[in-house]
Ligand binder design. Structure first.
Ligand SMILES: [Zn+2]
Length: 413
């Protein structure tokens, strides 16, 4: 079935959204829990209501817009997020969110009724935020957050996560009491821009995601001895920064070895103390991130990295502390949803390819609550999280047509 998505109407909403939190560089700054993201969420709920959806906020702070089906029971959900990184792009999240609302309006215009209801979800705080947590809303909804996390985290200004949640009318206690089973969906399909080069290079408008690769993050502390750089001979040093430098190279070396298995590893954060020209660094902290399908047994890259770190710290007489920030395992999509997407794409006659998602998404956590699938759209030059992020409107139109056809198919199946 082909639905005539009203692209001009989508574009109008898209342009309006891109003015919320617009930066001087032309990007978007709608950080999670910021006034700009609140304004974006207000805009989204207004649009949901105007599309005739029944709007409510769940205990985890996600916004929902429900379109009733002819029968009661779990709905077929779609959606994405309104927040952005600092000075990010306008397409990330917004295409899948405003696109979902446009698809509901398209179905209204066509007088389409579905057996199961349909639901648009605007997830809270998808991007990594000042509280060190990404995909907040979908993690919370799927019951993955605990008390120490909800009450124990605060940002650099000292604002606690629980205070930030309360400012949105979300009670942390209600998140702990939430029953994920009450939020089961028949299926969940998310449209998102790829933020990678594959579709753009291959000149293929649609990507059907086969799995969302895992992400593993560790805060690593090296404790040596701060000493005078002039007075301490080389053989008596316990240099924390030198140990960290060796560790960073170990991450690179080990992940390169796993390149055939599509593993990537990065150290993007480093802090040195005391950070003075004539003092041997006594302490150093780095954050290691490894992404990919690392759950194959034994000799995983993460285990290898940890072993390498222990070895080099022993040799350098530097104390090592490893704190796990996040261990999200690779999540395959539902074969049922993938098949529905593939069938619909064939019926629409639009070229597509199967591909893994190398970035994390709410769909990863929604897999606890639903059969999930994802549609990727080409990102020009593969750029994401940057003001120059771009996806052509013609590709968005194809993606939304595929979304509409697939949602109807899943809702009537
Ligand atoms: Zn996103």
């Amino acid at each position: 079935m082909r639905f005539a998505v009203n692209l001009a109407r989508f574009q109008k909403d898209f342009d309006e959204m891109s003015r919320i939190g617009r930066t001087p560089e032309g990007g978007a700054s709608r950080l999670s829990f910021s006034p700009a993201d609140r304004a974006a969420r207000d805009f989204v709920s207004t649009k949901m209501r105007a599309a005739g959806l029944e709007v409510f906020q769940d205990p985890a702070g996600n916004l929902h817009g429900r379109r009733a089906g002819t029968e009661p029971g779990p709905t077929v959900a779609t959606g994405s997020h309104s927040d952005s990184v600092e000075n990010g792009g306008h397409f990330d999240g917004v295409v899948g969110l405003l696109g979902a609302i446009e698809v509901m309006r398209t179905l209204n215009d066509a007088g389409v009724k579905t057996r199961r209801g349909l639901e648009v979800v605007c997830f809270l705080a998808e991007e990594p935020n000042c509280f060190g947590l990404s995909c907040f809303g979908s993690r919370a909804l799927s019951g993955k957050l605990n008390r120490s996390l909800l009450y124990g985290r605060s940002d650099r200004s000292g604002r606690t996560l629980s205070a930030a949640l309360e400012s949105l009318g979300v009670a942390p206690a209600a998140i702990l009491d939430l029953n994920p089973q009450a939020f089961r969906y028949h299926a969940f399909v998310e449209v998102h821009v790829e933020q990678g080069k594959t579709l753009f290079t291959e000149k293929i408008p649609l990507g059907l995601v086969t799995e969302i690769v895992g992400a593993y993050r560790y805060k690593v502390k090296f404790k040596g001895q701060a000493d005078h750089s002039g007075g301490t001979p080389m053989d008596q040093r316990r240099d924390a920064l030198a140990a960290a430098a060796e560790a960073i190279l170990a991450v690179e070396r080990i992940c390169r070895k796993y390149h055939p298995q599509d593993i990537v590893g990065t150290v993007g954060v480093i802090q040195v103390s005391p950070c003075m020209i004539n003092v041997i660094p006594g302490e150093c902290e780095i954050i290691i991130e490894v992404r990919g399908r690392v759950h194959f047994p034994k000799s995983t890259p993460v285990a290898e990295i940890k072993k390498a770190l222990q070895g080099l710290c022993r040799q350098r007489r530097v104390e090592l502390q490893i704190e796990t920030l996040m261990e999200d395992e690779s999540q395959p999509v539902s074969p049922k949803v993938l098949q529905a997407l593939e069938q619909s794409a064939i019926e629409l006659g639009v070229p597509f390819m199967r591909m893994p998602s190398r970035t994390g998404h709410d769909a990863m956590h929604m897999a606890q609550l639903a059969d999930v699938g994802m549609i990727f759209l080409p990102s020009r030059d593969g750029i994401g999280h940057h003001p120059s992020e771009w996806t052509d409107m013609e590709d968005i139109e194809k993606g939304l047509q595929l979304l509409a056809a697939t949602l109807v198919k899943l809702a009537n199946a």
